[in-house]
Design a binder for this molecule. Structure first.
Ligand SMILES: [Cu+2]
Length: 139
């Protein structure tokens, strides 16, 4: 008679504690994931403008595609993309700007590609397989 209530009483206070511990562990995991992601993939640095007016826009090639995938340009602007492959995926191994040649990319080796900005419209850029795409839009 004295044992039964004590046995029943033990699991009850423990259950919520265990559930909290699981929830806390899950939260800690989610937090870790986000923290691990941020330093592993910082965004590309801002564009720079050289003395001759050429604007250089850093572009990263990630697993998900180009970052940024859309770049605004002014008509006739001297523009170049500084493309850096940040993904080991084969999809990121090449890039092609407009009608230009397909250029090989090595991981973390920036490659500068001049863009002939038209008076209007847009210039596409893409991976070698044309799966990941980006665009320079004349505005
Ligand atoms: Cu591809």
């Amino acid at each position: 008679m004295t044992r039964a209530p004590s046995l029943a009483a033990f699991p009850r206070p423990r259950a919520p504690v265990a559930a909290l511990a699981v929830a806390a562990a899950a939260l800690a995991f989610a937090g870790c994931d986000k923290k691990a992601d941020a330093p592993r993939r910082p965004p590309p640095p801002p564009a720079t403008v050289a003395a001759d007016g050429t604007r250089t826009v850093p572009v990263h090639v990630n697993d998900e595609g180009f970052e940024p995938a859309k770049i605004s340009a002014r008509a006739g602007e001297k523009l170049e993309l500084e493309v850096t492959r940040k993904s080991k995926s084969a999809c990121a191994a090449q890039v092609k700007v407009g009608d230009g040649p397909v250029v090989d990319l090595a991981v973390d080796q920036p490659v500068k590609l001049a863009v002939t900005v038209p008076a209007s419209g847009e210039v596409r850029f893409a991976c070698g397989m044309d799966m990941m795409t980006g665009v320079v839009v004349v505005e």
